[in-house]
Design a protein around this ligand. Sequence first.
Ligand SMILES: Cc1cc2nc3c(=O)[nH]c(=O)nc-3n(C[C@H](O)[C@H](O)[C@H](O)COP(=O)(O)OP(=O)(O)OC[C@H]3O[C@@H](n4cnc5c(N)ncnc54)[C@H](O)[C@@H]3O)c2cc1C
Length: 406
Amino acid sequence: MDFAFDARTEELRERLSAFMEEYVYPAEPVAAEQRARLASPWDTPAVFGELKAEARRQGLWNLFFPGGEYGAGLTNLQYAPLAEITGRSPHLAPMATNCAAPDTGNMELLAQFASEEQKKQWLEPLLAGEIRSAFAMTEPEVASSDATNVETRIERSAQGDEYVVTGRKWYISGAMNPDCKVFIVMGKTDPDGADPRRQQSMILVPRDTPGVEVRRAMRVYGYEDHDHGGHAEVVFDGARVPAANLIAEEGSGFAIAQARLGPGRIHHCMRLIGMAERAIELMCRRAIGRTAFGKELAAQGVVQNWIADARVTVEQLRLLVLKTAWLMDTVGNRGAHTEIQAIKIATPRAVVRILDDAVQLHGAGGVSQDFPLAELWAAARTLRLADGPDEVHQRSLAHRELKRYR
Ligand SMILES: Cc1cc2nc3c(=O)[nH]c(=O)nc-3n(C[C@H](O)[C@H](O)[C@H](O)COP(=O)(O)OP(=O)(O)OC[C@H]3O[C@@H](n4cnc5c(N)ncnc54)[C@H](O)[C@@H]3O)c2cc1C
């Protein structure tokens, strides 16, 4: 077994790391300063555009897209260590390189299932980083980890040339950003259909459609995640769109949602490992630079345990993520199902633990705005919910494991 990255990956890792040092980390305080002076906190700071232009100029663009048709032509295995690097600055680097959720999942969905006209209208500007997009599935009124519960209605108009979308969604990532121009909405076209997995469809709803209201920003442990475009409550009140906006055919929404989430989940895990690496770096720097009760913090056994345990955990997680990426490349997303679920269960909770230790080591500074740890902790913690709660993945993984013995 060869654990080395190939030459292309190594070359991109070097270039991406240099881009992070030269442009991304210095832009973190600049973005915060610029945002404080914007007319609306949801507008985009100028430095975002500069980062995107530079990343594109350097060919660090659309790295996530497997195959060469739309993206950089990398495999999942090649992309994994690059996503890890962008995870060190999860609010800026993925956006700068056009590799940010939810656009990545939406682009993959459109590439796989959209018509040629839909691709032209929405996929092309997304690939060029000219617009952003959102994916609207979760609803406040129903347990949305079970997609068969979704209550939003997508009804064909009497004339048959339009669909009318009615429902309420929340935690729709990216939707507060005015650059988010389109929603991929999951709803039911056949709520009484015999097969509960064929009742749903997906439809493209432009933001400026009458009847669409981006109502409010939902918070994440008090953070509004401005850089990410927030997480909005969105109401669709009889929003009418052309029938041609339906993605694939009626009844395919459930299957499309399943297909969309595989790559998205591994991307989150790759970036989480980068977040953990940043936490380890911050822990080490802090432990060496500070003294309590006559000793460097680094000399305390408990601090050494935190650092050692974090290193061991990260090495384990990385191997599992790389194996999963390799399986996705070799046997496909479906064949890698168990491993995708395993990393989605293992990574967020382990990284939350590492970030929690890093917060502890930083004392009050750890929960402050002067270090990225508190915000990283909140982001990592939400990934135990987003893209499917831990328990749903555990249930499904256990079912498959048990099946082997029945
Ligand atoms: C920061 C953030 C961003 C998000 N972004 C988006 C987005 O862009 N688009 C979008 O559509 N959604 C988004 N979500 C929503 C997310 O996908 C849902 O929260 C998630 O699917 C769970 O649905 P729910 O909140 O309705 O929880 P519920 O379905 O009500 O589940 C609540 C809890 O019940 C337990 N549970 C549920 N099912 C089982 C089971 N089978 N076995 C055991 N326990 C179970 C779990 O502990 C679960 O956490 C986001 C969420 C967050 C926090």
